[in-house]
Design a protein around this ligand. Structure first.
Ligand code: HEM
Length: 498
């Protein structure tokens, strides 16, 4: 056979295969319906009618109308909203090979977050960062940080005793200092730590604009990003430049101060390469992983603790029960330690109920489909943004009757032991599940049990002694926290040594 003939045969074969693949794709798309969803408007799709400050509420309503998988479109970006744990597990865990990517959003590089493990596309670079995280924060390794977390919780309590009017600030310092210690072995300042402030400011700026519903607008009108920052409506560019500058600071400053003689995520990772990194590539990965940890851990932990205090203020009967248990088990002369955890299961139930009652990431983090797929007879397009609606899952009345009530008993068996529901959905799904969840769980438990042992949180009274009632309000963005609310914090058990 001549080589020309061979080439022609190969070409024909490739063409036939391609045509067959395209036909198969078209058939699949034609035969299978997209998941149900609201009727889109021409061009803009379903962007109208969404509660943009709390889109999970709109998606939950859609879920009641259309079911567990809902399709919507914002301009030309396709969205799949998952409203049930069952479908989330089926797609994001069992088929995680296809759903572990992140949507490609122009706001991520604009705000300088492309280094972050949380927002990074699925691939080699992500895997390298995730490995470093795993070495430090996997279940067994995270145990080594418990003495440090206990010390920091004691410092949190002394701080609140000294300046009770600054509770929220103390929670932020606590959340930042545990992760700074684990990552860089860096001691944060008790007040006005410049790094803590820089991370707080950056996340506040970025988390608003990184919402997929907002970012998709910039993606559609990418050309707008070429306009200079002074053009009206383009302040996003100015914010982006500011965010990138702050990130450079918090990525480099603590890294340069790391002592390789001590143990921390960064120093352990640097020791493992032992100077064997001529291009500096691995060092850069370590630096970015550490900065990702700080960004992912500080606001999340502080927000959960704020929600915990809000719940204690609004549901005083829970606090009374927790106080009675702690007093009975610990006896009032010391603070709880991790060794007491198995005797204080009600505190674990409070922790789980805090994660359920108001998940701080109500839409988790968006995943993206790598290839098209079929689920429950519906066609899932390639490149769709897949949003797990954790809000709908944790407010599911069949699983959690009276979901707006704070009832830790949901997580207890009749004999008072913890049941099997660990509210894992609050930490995400599949290969992208939160790598810091064991560390976060310990930081939250030791802080919550210490706060309950030492303080009483209650509603404020006005000068006439009348209780100040209030309706909680919430921030908006990817991650949420309660907006400041009126409460008092009073010390209890003055004999406790801290
Ligand atoms: C209460 C505290 C926390 C909550 C509720 C939380 C929740 C989450 C959620 C929902 C995700 C997205 C998972 C997904 O895409 O399916 C996530 C990702 C992540 N979390 Fe956490 N997190 C917390 C604390 C932490 C801490 C303390 C660390 C670091 C030690 C951390 C590091 C990360 C990282 C690096 C990712 C990105 C994982 C990836 O994309 O591969 N988180 N977290």
């Amino acid at each position: 056979m001549s080589s020309a003939w061979k080439d022609a045969c190969t070409g024909a074969l490739i063409c036939a295969t391609l045509i067959a693949a395209i036909r198969c794709w078209m058939e699949k798309r034609k035969m299978l319906p997209l998941p149900p969803g609201p009727q889109p408007f021409p061009i803009i799709g379903n962007i109208r009618g969404i509660d943009i400050s709390a889109p999970w509420l709109t998606y939950t309503e859609w879920g009641k109308q259309y079911g567990d998988i809902v399709y919507s479109r914002f301009f030309d970006q396709e969205f799949i909203v998952i409203n049930s744990e069952k479908v989330a597990i089926e797609l994001l865990e069992k088929r995680s090979h296809n759903y572990s990517d992140r949507p490609n959003l122009p706001t991520t590089p604009l705000f300088g977050f492309e280094f972050s493990t949380v927002l990074m596309a699925y691939g080699v670079h992500w895997r390298r960062q995730r490995r470093i995280f795993h070495q430090t924060f996997r279940e067994k390794a995270a145990l080594s940080y418990r003495p440090m977390q206990q010390r920091k919780a004691q410092r949190l309590i002394s701080g609140i005793l000294d300046t009770p009017e600054e509770v929220l600030n103390h929670l932020h310092i606590y959340a930042s200092s545990v992760i700074m210690s684990a990552t860089y072995d860096h001691e944060t300042e008790l007040h006005d730590d410049p790094l803590v402030e820089a991370v707080g400011k950056t996340l506040k700026l970025g988390l608003q604009e990184l919402r997929p519903e907002v970012a998709v607008f910039m993606k559609t009108f990418r050309i707008l990003l070429r306009l200079p920052a002074w053009v009206p409506g383009m302040s996003i560019k100015k914010k982006g430049a500011q965010s990138r500058e702050w990130i450079r600071g918090w990525m480099n400053d603590p890294f340069q101060r790391v002592l390789t003689t001590m143990s921390s995520m960064v120093s352990d990772a640097l020791r493992r390469i032992d100077g064997n990194d001529p291009s500096g590539e691995i060092t850069q990965v370590i630096k970015e992983t550490a900065a990702s940890a700080f960004g992912a851990a500080s606001e999340t932990t502080a927000s959960v603790l704020q929600i915990f205090i809000l719940a204690m203020v609004l549901f005083p009967e829970v606090q009374v029960k927790a106080h009675a248990l702690i007093d009975a088990v610990i006896g009032g002369s010391r603070l709880p330690t991790f060794e007491d955890r198995s005797s204080l299961q009600y505190i674990d139930a409070i922790l789980r109920e805090t994660l359920r009652w108001h998940p701080i990431l109500p839409l988790s983090m968006p995943h993206a489909s790598v290839n098209s797929d079929v689920c429950e007879g519906y066609y899932i397009p390639k490149g769709a943004t897949v949003m797990p609606n954790v809000w709908a899952m944790t407010q599911n009345e069949d699983k959690y009757p009276n979901p707006s009530q704070f009832l830790p008993e949901r997580f207890l068996n009749a004999d008072g032991s913890l049941n099997e529901d660990t509210v894992d959905v609050a930490f995400g799904f599949g290969r992208r599940i939160c790598v810091g969840r064991y560390f976060a769980d310990a930081s939250l438990w030791i802080a919550m049990s210490g706060l309950l042992a030492r303080f009483m949180f209650s509603k404020q009274s006005d000068p006439n002694g009348k209780v100040v009632e209030f309706e909680p309000r919430w921030s908006s963005g990817v991650a949420i926290h309660p907006l400041p609310f009126p409460f008092t914090v009073s010390p209890r058990l003055s004999k406790v040594n801290i």
